[in-house]
Design a protein around this ligand. Structure first.
Ligand code: SF4
Ligand code: SF4
Length: 302
């Protein structure tokens, strides 16, 4: 016969084991949930629309601190039309049908001296792809008829980012409507939380996989000259190196040559997997107030 004390002892042990078991189940559930969320995020990343961003110039008529194209540090240089044509011609044939959208981007694209021609050649090489021209809009009231006709006839949409500056964006949008050119307001940098600072670690000690997994610039596949990089942070870092004496270097795997692209799987791989440069990137950019750049290294480097 089990005495009362033994029964109580057994009961206590039973509840202790049950407690441990339930705790274990709870922890396992949390781990499974994290794994499920991770897998869902990876799958969502891979399903994101595929876009290619052709950089016309990093030079800009605004001077925003922490710009992800390092525009405040960029000298006034423009991609040649010949190089643009060469890259667009090859990529149009190799991957055009598999892209969701092509961007013409900067810097400020409206400063590009051959813009009507550039829009025409992009349409020729990407006949059915959505094409967007990114701009801060400031020069829209000064654009020539040739610009408006080319944008309209080539079906190029203007993607206007609003900045908190003294400029009549409503009038600029009205102008697009009057010219029959489609446009969208891509973002408003004056809104709370709309301006971010991305920091680089000069010692390259970051966990590249984590930085890439959490990357806010994923998908900004950038064509610069005859090379393709996964993002502007890496593609345009030469401006930072030149102006501030930093040594953010590229190594094999950080880019692919335009001429080597045969199908979209190469672009997706470049977008969806970390590259060596990701180990320079600190995860979690900080929200910062919009302001003018002082062209100081600390705007981009920790
Ligand atoms: S307008 Fe855009 S490209 Fe120009 S400095 Fe500002 S963030 Fe950079
Ligand atoms: S280098 Fe990698 S982590 Fe850094 S911005 Fe580019 S894709 Fe993102």
């Amino acid at each position: 016969m089990v005495c009362f004390d033994e029964a109580r002892c057994l009961g206590t042990k039973f509840f202790a084991i049950l407690h441990v078991f339930l705790y274990f189940c709870d922890e396992m559930q949390k781990i499974f949930k994290k794994i499920r969320n991770f897998i869902a995020s990876v799958q969502a990343h891979r399903r994101e629309p595929l876009r290619l961003e052709f950089v016309l110039s990093d030079y800009c008529n605004l001077n925003c601190k922490g710009c992800t194209h390092y525009s405040p540090l960029a000298v006034k240089e423009f991609e040649s039309v010949e190089q643009l044509e060469c890259a667009a011609s090859h990529l149009g044939k190799a991957v055009g049908a598999g892209l969701d959208v092509v961007y013409l981007i900067g810097g400020e694209t409206l400063l590009y001296p051959h813009l009507p021609e550039a829009m025409g050649l992009m349409r020729r090489h990407f006949p059915t792809t959505r094409i967007q021209l990114f701009t801060n809009g400031i020069l829209l009231p000064k654009m020539t008829d040739e610009f408006w006709v080319s944008a309209r006839d080539n079906g190029v949409e203007l993607a206007i980012t609003r900045y908190p500056i003294a400029f009549d964006y409503d009038a600029a949008e009205a102008l697009c409507r009057a010219k029959g050119v489609s446009y969208e307001v891509f973002g408003d940098r004056g809104e709370d939380g709309a301006f971010l600072r991305f920091a680089l670690d000069p010692d390259k000690k970051q966990n590249g996989r984590v930085s890439h997994f959490k990357c806010f610039n994923r998908g900004c596949i950038s064509v610069v000259g005859d090379k393709i990089y996964p993002c502007s942070i890496s593609a345009c870092v030469g401006h930072l190196n030149k102006a501030c004496g930093t040594r953010f270097e590229h190594q094999s795997g950080d880019w692919i040559d335009v001429s080597s692209v045969r199908d979209v799987s190469q672009l997706k791989r470049l977008r969806d997997r970390p590259v060596p440069f990701c180990s320079y990137c600190k995860e979690n950019p900080t929200v910062t107030k919009y302001g003018a750049s002082k062209r100081e290294k600390s705007e981009w480097v920790d």
